[in-house]
Design a protein around this ligand. Structure first.
Ligand code: TYM
Length: 332
């Protein structure tokens, strides 16, 4: 089976609906016919300030949501990034072949650093995409399923792999991004031209996977729409309704055409009510299962340790080749 790699940051108490639709739910399908590795990228999360007293809990919660969302720790390798030292080791080496300007052109870095200011924005934040490239390349990954916002980072990963291969000899597989359709870009419910994000600012605009299903249903009912009352997909002129259609389609597996036809001439009431129910019915069981898993943190930790062992074996093999290619002495 083709090798697959992806990860999410444990940067909030819960994943948000965009993580679920753009990543977790495609991962669940893809693990069936791929040799899949999924990491909780804790070292990425600390590139912006994190509270040490809650970070550990967030890491476990993220892992629990992977499993509750359908990732099987028997079929797939599900582990915590910092448990595999090869990630930071390869990241250092890739840093040495990454252009300063090249890293500076990453739009996610530009957005985040402008939010934090140049001094609060760390060198770690700047090097973030290089660590991401290391994550992917260590596993000789062919497929990287991500949301649309990660497109540029995968491009950089491909460039770095290609550059390393041509300077030092064939070492890395060149990975490909697998980005879905409308569900790969879910927007904030209150501000439907900016993406839904764990670090987003509008409490009513973000659907949290682990939130009370009733609260989530209410947020859908109150989502911003428009005055024309027609359920139709038009990202330019009807961003709110289009976003709700992407969510509906992503959760139900029905096409946007099918959904718009079903609500033709009915206004937004029935459409929102059905979507609110769909969101609550989909995320409710994920919440329950994740809560069960979190009730036994020791068992969760054991599972993550077991999976990290397998990840370590694969990653170490690539790192040995890399050290050899660039002329370092073989480690004892
Ligand atoms: P992160 O933690 O921001 O997001 C995790 C995944 O969720 C997707 N996503 C979305 N999809 C649709 N609509 C949205 N509004 C939305 N918001 C987030 C993201 O595209 C992502 O797939 N850099 C990565 C984590 C990472 C990684 C990797 C991914 C680190 N190493 C290696 C793949 C391979 C990130 O910050 O994701």
């Amino acid at each position: 089976n083709p090798r697959l790699y992806s990860g999410m940051q444990p940067s909030a108490d819960s994943l948000q609906l965009g993580n679920y639709l753009g990543a977790l739910s495609p991962w669940k399908r893809l693990q069936e016919d791929h040799d899949a590795f999924f990491s909780v990228v804790d070292l990425h999360a600390i590139t912006v300030p994190q509270d040490p007293s809650t970070l550990r809990e967030k890491i476990r919660r993220t892992a629990a949501q992977y499993i509750a969302g359908g990732i099987s720790p028997d079929k797939s390798t599900l582990y915590v990034q910092s448990h595999v030292p090869a990630h930071t080791e390869l990241a250092w080496i890739l840093n040495t072949i990454t252009g300063f300007g090249e890293a500076g052109r990453m739009t996610q870095f530009k957005d985040k650093s402008s939010r934090y200011g140049t001094d609060a924005a760390s060198v770690g934040l700047f090097a973030y995409p290089v660590l991401m490239a290391a994550d992917i390349l260590l596993y000789q990954t062919e497929v990287v399923p991500v949301g649309d916002d990660q497109r540029q980072h995968i491009e950089l990963t491909r460039d770095l792999a290609d550059r390393f291969n041509s300077r030092f000899g064939e070492t890395f597989t060149i990975p490909e991004a697998r980005i879905g359709g409308n569900e790969a870009r879910i927007y904030d419910l209150q501000n439907p031209t900016s993406k839904m994000s764990k670090s987003g600012e509008s409490p009513a605009g973000i659907i949290w996977v682990l939130d009370d299903p009733k609260v989530n249903a209410k947020k859908i009912m109150r989502a911003v729409t428009d005055a024309d009352g027609v359920v139709a997909f038009d990202r330019e002129n009807k961003p709110g309704v289009s976003n709700l259609l992407s969510i509906f389609s992503g959760l139900s597996g029905r096409t946007v055409e099918d959904i718009t036809a079903a609500y033709d001439g009915q206004g937004y009431g029935a459409f929102k009510k059905d979507l609110a129910e769909l969101v609550a019915d989909t995320l409710g069981p994920v919440r329950e299962h994740a809560n069960e898993l979190m009730a036994d943190p020791a068992e969760l930790d054991r599972l993550l340790a077991r999976n990290a062992q397998r990840a370590n074996e694969v990653a170490e093999a690539t790192l040995d080749t890399v050290y050899d290619r660039i002329g370092l002495l073989r480690r004892a």
